[in-house]
Design a protein. Structure first.
Length: 203
């Protein structure tokens, strides 16, 4: 494995100036690892040192992997970017837009003006939000008893839109629905699809 002191210096500098508490970086080709380095701590102020085998919760980084899986299926003609995604996800066939709450605190919903597409979902323009960022969605979840997204229940995805598909951008549960579309179009569980088509070593 080659020494890459300029990479070490850049990563160490990020630790030293407080940009990040800890970092692990690796680079490889089909021939094997080229670089690996670990700097900083797993927890501040005096947690254990970061190591190259540290385990991370990658959270929203799975959005990029899920979107890549969907685009593979678009290339194969199994998914369409611009057809109504309800063709594979009937649950999204009648999306509702949340327009606030009435005087009794009940949600005010109306039908969306256009169907949701895979393109909307991948680009976060479908209208879905996260309750943690959107006050109205948080209030809707509380009022209706909808499970929180962190419960990882399918029912947590059954949320109204915050605007009509294609009108704006909002960070939300869009890619969760993309994962569902990948499962329906491929006939595989999402993790199995990832393992077979994206994450397994190429030979």
């Amino acid at each position: 494995m080659r020494s890459l002191p300029q990479v070490d210096q850049g990563l160490k500098a990020a630790i030293d100036c407080g940009d990040v508490p800890g970092v692990v970086a690796m680079a490889a080709t089909h021939e094997g690892p080229l670089y690996q380095g670990a700097f900083g701590r797993r927890a501040l102020p005096d947690g254990p040192a970061m190591t190259t085998d540290a385990v991370f919760w990658i959270a929203s980084m799975t959005k990029a992997i899920t979107s890549t899986a969907a685009m593979q299926l678009v290339e194969q003609g199994k998914l369409s970017l611009d057809r109504p995604v309800a063709e594979v996800l009937p649950e999204l066939g009648s999306p509702q837009v949340l327009e606030g709450f009435d005087t009794a605190g009940e949600p005010k919903l109306r039908p969306a003006r256009r169907p949701i597409t895979l393109r909307h979902l991948i680009t976060h323009t479908a209208g879905f939000g996260y309750g943690v960022f959107n006050v109205d969605i948080g209030r809707y979840v509380e009022k209706t008893g909808t499970p929180d997204i962190f419960s990882c229940q399918n029912a947590a995805l059954m949320l109204p839109l915050t605007f009509d598909p294609g009108d704006k951008w909002a960070y939300g549960i869009n890619i969760d629905w993309v994962g569902k579309a990948v499962e329906r179009a491929s006939g595989q569980k999402l993790g199995d699809y990832f393992a077979e088509h994206l994450l397994a070593p190429s030979v």
